[in-house]
Structure formats: structure tokens, C-alpha cells
Design a protein around this ligand. Sequence first.
Ligand code: NAD
Length: 392
Amino acid sequence: MSKQILILGGGYGGLLTALTARKYMTAEEATITLVNRFPTHQIITELHRLAAGNLSEQAVALPLEKLLRGKDVNLRIDTVEKISPDEKKVLMASGKTYEYDVLVIALGSETAFFGIPGLQENSFVLKSAADANRLRAHVEERIDAYAKTKNKADATFVIGGGGLTGVELVGEFADMLPGLCRKKGIDFNEISLYCVEAGPSILAGFAPELVERAQTSLEKRGVQFLTGVPITEMTETTVSLKDGSSIDTSTLVWTGGVQGNSVVANCGIEVNRGRATVTDFLQSTSHPDVFLAGDSAVVFGKEGRPYPPTAQLAWQMGETIGYNIFAYFNNGPKQEFSPVFSGTLASLGRKDGIGTIGANQTRLKGLPATLMKEASNMRYLSHINGLFTLAY
Ligand code: NAD
């Protein structure tokens, strides 16, 4: 009888699991069901560009139905409510319950608000195409409001967190706002664009030379960096900082960090700080019939440090899991997960970027970094057969 593979999540990890598993197993051998809360596979590494209107939604939100066409994968649009791994059941928001022989959890991460008062209620986040659209519409609204009232809070935009998400977003805003201001008859010099970072510098972990390059490039375009000052509170109109100062603003975008998915953290499988622990084969350490891809899991490298939760890792985890499910059903040897790190690239707006690539961490700045980032996106899209949906 056909085995039941249930995949939760249609992001990088979930989609690549489905596509890879189908390469090794026919529809007679395994029924694959993929559940996602949106009908689209979202290229979340490009959401900052959608938020600034520099990319169309079709380029960021690819219909899963098209990507899975002809692959014999049942697609269900639903939200996972409860996973019961001991009963091998998953309950959806629609009330439906799914059973499985093998479960793949690839539900991604959630924004971490760290209990900072008012933050969750009053900030924007950038975790989905809908979030990006909401933010873009809000920025335009605030500029319109400022044109009428000259209320400074409406012309002040704050990005909370100077990690990769925050820096890439502030770069897009720095490129987009001058044009938007021109269109609305406002002097761009009246706009304040902040990036507030708790740590001593933005882009922790990058070589100081690249951090300096990023900061200078963005400052030239009007970004003000406040480093070494954590955000401690947010109200509808004010961001408070630990040094006692505050910024009046109607727009805080919170990019201060991510945490494991709470549905996964509370389901009864073994976790480490909210992210599921996995074997070398990416099976749950407590439930061998559960595999984990992407940010829902924590994978430790040889030196004992967890790998960062990135798209390239999620994608590769999905491929390993796709094969390992086949091996699991056939009692064959499974593949150890051994990720290949192609590098880390950060865009700094439309025309600038920084990054490191290759095993020897070659540093890139400017056009080469921008082109490499484009190339890596194209490589991913062609890999999932999504090239036809590009709509820049
Ligand atoms: P992050 O955790 O990497 O960065 C969050 C930043 O917010 C940190 O620098 C932190 O010090 C700061 N912060 C935390 N609390 C704060 C506070 N109270 N006030 C001000 N600042 C505060 O999160 P991210 O940038 O969303 O990235 C998440 C993961 O996704 C990372 O692993 C990252 O490498 C990856 N990512 C990669 C890319 C890329 O490769 N281009 C792009 C985006 C994200």
C-alpha cells in the first residue's frame, strides 16, 4: 500500500522535500501531501524588495500549484494547528486531521519579540509577501499624511535590528524614498530613516571592512545608524531606546531576530530552545518518523555551533530529507546531511551589495556582490522550475 508522506510547510525546506521525494518514489509507492498556509511558495529572501516596491509580487510569491504541477503532490492550503507525533496525527485550522507514515515539519521560524513592551502590537515585520505589501502601503500612507500635516513622526522610519534583514530593508528604503518623496512633492531631506542595532555594530559576523562599506554606502544615501542601543519599548508613535532617548515615529519595522516555530516547539518532539533537535539524517531525535527541514530545526556543525537559519540551508535539508524518506521506507542507508555553504550576500539597495563567497570566504563589494546575489536567486528559481514566473 502507498505510504503517506505529510509535509508541513511549502517554503524552501518543504517544497524541496516534496520535489526530491517524488524523484525517488512513484505515486504508487508514496502519496505526498504538502500543506501550506498560503497558496504560494514565497521567496522570503527578496521580501525587502517587495516592501519597497522594487519587485513585483509575482516574482516573490510563486503559485505552489504551478511548481507542483505534474509531480503528483496533493496540495492543501491550510494552517497547522496541532501536531501530535505520538498519535501520528496533525490537526489543521480547518478542522481536518491528517495521518501519516512519515511527517516532514518545515514550518520555518517566527519573529522573536523578546517580550519588549508594545513591540508586537505596534511594529511591522517582514515574514511574508502580505507583510511586505502591508508595509509598502503603510509607508506610502505615512508620506501622504506627512504631506498634509507635516507631523514629523509620519516622515520618520525606523528599522529595529541591524542584521541581514534590517540592513537589506533599509537599503531598499534608502533607494525608494527619494522617488516617492518627489512624487508626493516632499523634500527627501525632511525624511529620517534610522536603523537601530542593539549590538556594537550592524551585520555581526561580517568582516569589519565589509561592515564599514555597508554602513558608509547607506549613510551616503541618508540612513542614520544608531548602534549599541537596544529598543526597549514601542508605542503607536514612539520607539524608546535603552539610553533613555526616544524617536517619534509611526513606522517601526522589527527585524530584531527569529525563533523556532511555536507549533513545533510545543508539540512534544525534542527541542533545543524551541527548535527541534535532529540526527545527522535530519530525523527528530525523539521521533524517527518525523523529519525536519529549515528553521524549525537546529543543526549543529562539527565544532558544536548551530548553523544559522538560512534559505540555502533549508533548501539543502529538504533535498537530503527527500532522499532519506525513500531510504527510511526501504530500510536502506540514509544520507548524512552535509551542507555546502556557498556564501552570504547582502544587498544594499538596488545597486550595491557586500558578501563573502566560497570556502576561502572571498569578499565581494559593489556590483560583483549584487550580481552574485541575483545569480544565486536565479539559480534557486531555475532549480525549482520557477524561472517562468520571473516578473521583474
Ligand atoms: P538576526 O538575528 O540575524 O539579526 C537581528 C539583529 O537585531 C541583531 O543584530 C540583533 O543584535 C538586533 N537586535 C536584537 N534585539 C534588538 C533590540 N532590542 N534593539 C535593537 N536591535 C536588536 O535576524 P535577521 O536579520 O532577521 O536574520 C535571521 C536569519 O536569516 C539569519 O541567520 C540571517 O543570516 C538570515 N538572513 C540571511 C539573509 C541573506 O543571506 N541575505 C537575509 C536575511 C536574513
